[in-house]
Design a protein around this ligand. Sequence first.
Ligand SMILES: [Zn+2]
Length: 435
Amino acid sequence: MIRVLIMLLVFGFTVYGHAQNIPAPKGCGYDHYVHQLNQQHPGFKANADQVFSSAAKRPALEKDLEIYTIPVVVHMVWKNEEENLSTDLVKDVIDVLNEDYRRKNLDADSVRDDFLDVVGDPFIEFELAEVVRVETTAEYELDLLAGSLPDNVKKTAEGGSDAWDTEKYLNIWVCNIKGGSLLGYAYPPADLSHWPEGANAPTPEVDGVVIHYEVFRRSGTHTATGLLGSGETTVPVRGRTITHEVGHYLGLRHIWGDGLLSILGIADCDADDGVSDTPQQGVSSQFQCDPAQNTCEDGEGDKLDMFENFMDYATETCLNSFTVEQIAIMRSVLENERSGLLGQTVSNTIAIEESADFRVYPNPASGQLFIESSLETNSDYQVRLVDMQGRLVTAPAMGRPANRQEIDIAGLPSGLYGLMILQGGDQYFQKIIVR
Ligand SMILES: [Zn+2]
């Protein structure tokens, strides 16, 4: 149980609480567990105290950096049609990520002058590899009292959708999270010094981001039912929940440092986020953007709370920036703990036109793959299965007639592949998902 509680504390998920007579959602769900956690896990405080010194060792950010591109698989796990978001909408959300992680978001200029010298361009981009759609009858629910997260959405056997190789892909599961208040959550990588031990995913298969379908969009509103009280609150959506959760996935903590007292909405100025160029901030911005909020006055050079920071809980219309040191942490994670995400080229494999001249099924597939083709199978006819780098995986000898051929794919790692049919000078191509 302790482990579960620790996880709830640390992975950083976005939750609405609701306090009576306060119109905006307040606080954050896992804060509820901090007090219990500190009693059961005394090492937490010491771990948090070490954060500041470890952050100071991060490398400085240079001006022009290599662009790191992260391949993304979106799992659309749906029960009602409205939860089955269109591929165009998914692409638009990927665009939001590409704007926010390249500082190309139109509201980047809205950052207050006080923070102009610390914000920057992460030079991180995202490329959609696939949208996997799974219709389900399962429910996905946060149960805070039981201490359980809806990781069942990540398991085909439990009505969800199995991850693609989590070392190579950022997996994002989009679903209707029940329980009233959870907008999304993500696990950080293992063994980061500014996170408590055990914050990472319990198993590699569940690593990634889960997000509520209503906030997985560039523009809209979301109505949340209070977590601990009654009542509903409607807040604007600007696609920033995914930006925030990917920040956790790349190693960032909440800007206010998840302090013990912040559960109660009281500034905890001893807590720190492990980032020295964010202001000392004792509590979240609580889904508002108060230009006067300054929860921790820390002497000369004191700065106001930074509601512009993607790792705060401000109103989404106010979030617009990462700081240079936050960027250094994320890039360090991509160079080390999550280096498997880099170096793949999704788009190269999708360059050839897909064909209506043959049909490949099932897709996604596991075990066997079948081809039905109207192409004449003369002596030039060849079939090749290639991986994302364009490397040959298998070139099965095809018997005739070709109207129904079988390819053995048992044992292939999950992921995106390309099935090519070559005939004479013609090439035909079909994307294949292997589970
Ligand atoms: Zn968070």
